[in-house]
Design a protein around this ligand. Structure first.
Ligand code: T46
Length: 140
């Protein structure tokens, strides 16, 4: 388990007179195979989402439109990341407790995930998260 909280990858912007295009390929730009894609949008004012970690799933978060903030906690460190550009990719490891908030009205938060959806992969109780990860994170 890594001990640094946030890993931000800046991907290239392929621009020409028509506008921009950015690309994310498994194992080239992000360190896992993409099995699932979902996106969060039309988020109401003052909404906070997330409040969990995972057992197995690794994820990449990109605000492809607008902006939002992500709070991260890996039991050793906490961090707050502003996702405000479509070429900024936040890698979330399973042991990153995360909360998303301050969504702009036009925010479209794209999430690439390493696993298919499984509700049993979620740790939604903060004390359980500490129990599962505090020792493992310190062992690195
Ligand atoms: C995460 C953050 C960044 C599904 O049925 N399939 C799916 O693939 C997903 C992602 C969700 N759902 C269902 C489960 C809930 O009934 O959609 C509903 C909303 O999901 P949730 O409350 O988990 O949404 P967030 O924004 O709290 O968390 C989501 C992801 O679930 C989670 O993996 O890391 O975005």
């Amino acid at each position: 388990m890594k001990t640094s909280v946030s890993e931000i990858i800046e991907i290239g912007i392929l621009g020409d007179e028509r506008g921009n295009l950015s690309v994310i390929e498994s194992f080239i730009h992000i360190p896992f195979d993409i099995k699932r894609v979902f996106y969060i949008y039309s988020t109401k004012e003052n909404v906070h989402r997330g409040f969990h970690a995972h057992y197995k799933t690794r994820q990449a978060l990109i605000s492809v439109s607008g902006s939002c903030k992500v709070f991260l906690d890996n039991t050793i460190r906490t961090d707050e990341v502003l996702l405000d550009a479509p070429n900024k990719v936040l890698i979330l490891e399973p042991n990153d407790w995360h909360e998303m908030y301050d969504f702009s009205e036009d925010c479209v938060l794209l999430v690439l995930a390493s696993e298919l959806y499984d509700s049993k992969d979620y740790i939604r109780d903060y004390n359980k998260f500490l129990e599962v990860y505090s020792k493992k994170t310190q062992e690195v």
